[in-house]
Design a protein around this ligand. Structure first.
Ligand code: FAD
Length: 435
């Protein structure tokens, strides 16, 4: 296809941003993709398997990561953020801040020798702080670009003027402590796609999880932590173990709507939890088929193709008991086994269930910095701080030439994020091609 003189900007390198970038690039439009983390992939990279097929998440994602990285029409700016946007549809000027990694991108071969030698242990954000990484690190095992990054806040050289062990370990001489942040200006940007995804309520309002004992009881975890626990490349090597005693749980309770559909926290439904909870219970059963799972729900929202039969399969083939209920409180016994006190909506009785582990399906919230991003782009947000979209064209923002897709405008699953990404890419291409 004929190459366009105008380019597109995609902000956010999760599955939605990746798909939008690939579609635009395949149309012959040059794309600059800006991702604030050291590698692209977003939340999908953190998942173990994905409903509705329960395929390995990274196996589906990895080919797209490398396609995005290698595509001749895509320039990837990872570890970067957009800091200024001027102009109008068809002709934006964009300023990007590219943060210093203190590692030369052209030299690093991701051999990991530097991290092996680094003496600093730091909470690993990608693994939801369930394990430690080093101050020089790869964001995650299969991350793209596969380049190490020095965490300036934790590195002994930057904090105490000592160490530099990584520099000696690096045979490629890729460490560069003098590297500086860079500002990159993009002219002639025709359209912009915003795909900055989501955070979870525990990232900013941990108190919403207090009544479930999260942070107090070691055997209460969040659903995203549980994804990492199930994952073969995760902190437990794919062998699900309780944090109190390292024992494999035989009874797991999955609690729905944590922080969502709540008058106190977020009024909206997170939309994907009913499905991913059943998936997590199914996968845990595949790890150990003596497992009993209990899903405590308000009502089941499984509005997608094949979703209802997915839940039925959970009950019939994976030993999942769905309990329509309201949770009153969670306590623990002397062995740290969580005890759930709940009202069973079927008979109105107050009951108790002792389990080995509790998994909380926590509310999806707009991504960190969304208000600044909205100001920068001149777009509106809705009542819940997600990007406001046009009712009948959900990829259109309040500003001409700026489109959106994925969870940044409302919680949604991967197939819908991908579909929307293609929609946003088509609209963004229209602006550029003048069609
Ligand atoms: C526990 C759990 C399990 C799930 N399981 C499934 C499942 O089995 N199947 C399914 O279909 N869906 C599942 N989902 C939903 C799935 O995670 C989302 O549908 C998907 O990740 C949405 O992709 P996205 O690109 O919109 O957002 P994200 O994956 O959040 O990606 C957004 C990207 O934008 C980047 N970013 C953020 N802010 C900025 C900024 N200011 N500048 C530049 N970059 C920025 C982020 O770093 C990130 O890389 C699950 C979700 C959870 C919480």
């Amino acid at each position: 296809m004929e190459k366009s003189s105008k380019s597109a900007l995609v902000i956010g390198g999760g599955i939605a941003g990746i798909q939008a970038a690939l579609d635009l690039a395949d149309m012959g439009i040059h794309v600059d993709m800006v991702e604030k983390k050291p590698s692209i992939g977003g939340r999908m990279a953190q998942l173990d398997k994905t409903f509705p097929t329960n395929d390995c998440s990274i196996c589906i994602l990895a080919p797209k990561l490398s396609e995005c990285y290698r595509h001749p029409n895509i320039t990837l700016h990872a570890y970067s953020e957009v800091q200024k946007v001027e102009g109008t549809a068809g002709n934006f000027t964009v300023e990007i801040l590219k943060r210093a990694r203190y590692v030369k991108e052209s030299e690093c071969i991701n051999c990991g020798l530097c991290a092996e030698k680094c003496p600093m242990r730091v909470e690993d954000e990608f693994d939801r702080e369930l394990r430690k990484r080093r101050a020089i690190y790869m964001y995650y095992l299969q991350g793209v670009p596969a380049i190490m990054t020095i965490d300036k806040e934790k590195c002994l050289w930057f904090t105490k003027n000592a160490c530099r062990i990584c520099e000696k370990a690096c045979e490629k001489e890729a460490i560069d402590f003098d590297q500086q942040d860079q500002t990159i200006t993009l002219n002639n940007v025709g359209s912009i796609v915003v795909a900055t995804g989501y955070n979870l309520i525990e990232d900013f309002e941990k108190e919403a999880l207090n009544i479930y004992g999260y942070g107090k009881f070691r055997n209460v975890v969040t659903a995203l932590e549980f994804e990492r626990m199930e994952c073969a490349s995760g902190p437990q090597g794919g062998h699900i173990k309780r944090f109190s005693d390292g024992v494999t749980p035989k009874k797991i309770a999955f609690l729905q709507c944590i922080g969502s559909r709540s008058d106190r926290y977020k009024k909206y439904c997170s939309s994907i939890c009913c499905m991913y909870t059943t998936k997590e219970a199914m996968i845990a059963y595949e790890h150990d088929n003596s497992l009993e799972s209990y899903v405590f729900y308000i009502d089941m929202r499984a509005g997608g193709k094949g979703f209802q039969s997915f839940l039925r399969r959970g009950a019939s083939d994976y030993n999942i008991d769905y309990i329509k209920s309201k949770i009153a409180q969670i306590d623990i016994d002397k062995d740290e086994n969580p005890i759930i006190v709940y009202e069973d909506y079927d008979d109105g009785k107050i009951k108790q269930l002792k389990v080995d582990l509790v998994v909380l399906a926590t509310c999806i919230i707009p991504p960190e910095g969304i208000e600044d991003m909205a100001k920068l782009l001149g777009i509106e947000l809705n009542d819940y701080n997600f990007i406001k979209t046009t009712p009948f064209i959900p990829v259109e923002t309040s500003k001409n030439g700026i489109f959106t897709c994925g969870c940044v405008h409302e919680p949604m699953d991967i197939p819908r994020s991908v579909t929307e990404a293609s929609g946003a890419a088509a609209r963004a291409a229209e602006v550029i091609r003048g069609g």
